[in-house]
Design a protein around this ligand. Structure first.
Ligand code: SF4
Length: 209
């Protein structure tokens, strides 16, 4: 059984795959915050702006098995190109398992995941994006395709993550009231540390999902 908040078709807005059409499968639930405002101040992750609570979004629901998710994706991916599926959340690795990965691969589709890195990813994921919210010492997933650090975060120094095994290192300005200031800080940081590239949340600028 998979608890899914929503499934939708859009463009990836962030990181190295920015601009790529994708089916997003947003799982419900996260291990870093309940998603309730009254718990925000005591959460591990305090700046989240994603609604991952419940199963009431577009095509959300309790899916009994992997095939039931595949069927919904089939109806929403109209191209003969291999579908690019981004599992996100919440924390997707609390639910994404080898049955679902195998079912996606059976269709010759591509599996991507966006995780906070607190859970080790199962084998055979095609694209792993880790966005840490805790110090490097507590990361369980320390390799992948891209590491995307929301910036700035208290007590998280980009330099602490540079030795990890990722192809791309991104700095992404933290959204919210200080977005303008954080964007300026992120630009300065990348200019001074060219190992890191700037990631913007283009979907927000474009007003798409
Ligand atoms: S880890 Fe991600 S989904 Fe979970 S609370 Fe933080 S930003 Fe939100």
């Amino acid at each position: 059984m998979y608890s899914v908040k929503e499934i939708f078709y859009s463009l990836q807005g962030e990181g190295a795959q920015s601009g790529r059409p994708a089916i997003f499968v947003r799982f419900a639930g996260c291990n870093f915050w309940t998603g309730r405002e009254e718990d925000r101040s005591s959460a591990i992750c305090k700046f989240c702006d994603t609604d991952f609570v419940g199963t009431n979004g577009t095509l959300g629901g309790k899916y009994p098995n992997a095939d039931s998710i595949v069927e919904v994706i089939k109806k929403n991916w109209k191209s003969s190109q291999p579908a690019y599926i981004i599992f996100t959340g919440g924390e997707p690795l609390l639910q994404l398992d080898r049955f679902l990965i195998d079912a996606i691969h059976h269709e010759k589709w591509i599996v991507a995941v966006e995780t906070n890195g607190s859970v080790s990813a199962p084998a055979n994921i095609d694209w792993i994006c880790v966005s840490p919210k805790t110090p490097v010492s507590s990361l369980m997933q320390t390799c992948g395709n891209e590491l995307k650090l929301v910036y700035p975060q208290k007590e998280l120094e980009p330099a602490d993550f540079e030795h990890l095994n990722f192809k791309h290192f991104f700095i992404q300005p933290m959204d919210g009231l200080d977005l303008k200031k954080n964007t300026a800080l992120a630009i300065d940081f990348c200019l001074s540390n060219p190992k890191w590239k700037l990631s913007l949340q283009n979907h927000k600028y474009l007003n798409i999902r």
